[in-house]
Design a protein around this ligand. Structure first.
Ligand code: PMT
Length: 224
């Protein structure tokens, strides 16, 4: 297992990180979204900054302080995160730690949707959101290293390697979520990082340590 990155390992590099959930509004008081505190992505941003990088952090709605020296762009929805991340290119590295909602309501109601007497159901039509990670990986200004995350409840390696290939990224950092270990909201995490022809396990450890290990791995795999 690698430890923290060498001092200045990312000096002169620009690192773009996404973190937190996105909220997809249904009406002015309700939304759908994924579970995420932002802790993992913020820890990656902090570790990249400590390794000497210029860091831009695109954050969904979270309650976390901005790491020192990091430039932060706040967004709410997947569409806003997509625009902010692509708008912040070029970068040498993109790390997609955000839990971007995969679906958003086709229509946002201008007014609060009322509970109607005699009906116990509400049918929402959801449509796919843009895939930030895949679009960064396919972008003409593609970063030299594109790192995705994969939040899986089972068959972690199978699904993570599927995303590595489908989204055409260089590394995918997979974590098990939804069980007692849960990757989201907690202070600790374990990552299995996969790439074509290799893998490395990071943690279990506090997210700050896991993030430092991930940044060391990134620095080591970044083309000179
Ligand atoms: O925030 P914490 O509470 O600390 O929890 C951390 C975490 C569990 C959220 C984090 O470690 C993590 O796994 N983040 C990715 C969550 C996720 O959405 O995984 P996914 O397997 O659904 O998506 C795969 C990848 O595609 C991710 O890099 C995701 O950012 C990206 N994606 C997904 C959908 C979409 N529309 N756009 C994307 O960019």
């Amino acid at each position: 297992m690698s430890g923290a990155p060498a001092a200045g390992a990312l000096a002169g590099k620009r690192v773009l990180v996404s973190a937190g959930p996105t909220f997809e509004d249904i009406d002015p008081v309700r939304f759908v979204g994924n579970r995420s505190s932002g802790k993992m992505g913020f820890a990656v941003a902090e570790a990249a900054r400590e390794a000497g990088a210029e860091v831009v952090l695109v954050a969904g709605p979270v309650h976390l302080d901005t790491p020192a020296g990091v430039a932060r762009i706040d967004v709410r929805s997947a569409a806003q995160m997509h625009a902010a991340v692509l708008g912040a290119l070029p970068a040498d590295v993109y790390v997609g730690a955000a839990a971007v909602a995969d679906f958003t309501p086709r229509r946002v109601s201008e007014h609060k949707i009322k509970k109607t007497a005699g009906s116990d159901t509400l049918v929402l039509e959801l449509v796919r959101t843009p895939d930030v990670l895949a679009d960064v990986a396919a972008h003409p200004r593609r970063p030299a290293l594109v790192v995705g995350f994969a939040a899986e409840t089972h068959e972690v390696e199978h699904y993570a390697r599927g995303k590595l290939a489908a989204k055409r990224v260089d590394l995918i950092a997979a974590n098990l979520v939804g069980g007692a270990e849960g990757g989201f909201e907690r202070d600790d995490n374990t990552l299995a990082v996969y790439w074509h022809g290799g893998e490395q396990r990071l943690g279990p450890a506090p997210k700050r340590e896991v993030a430092a290990q991930l940044v060391a791995l990134i620095a080591g795999r970044l083309p000179a």
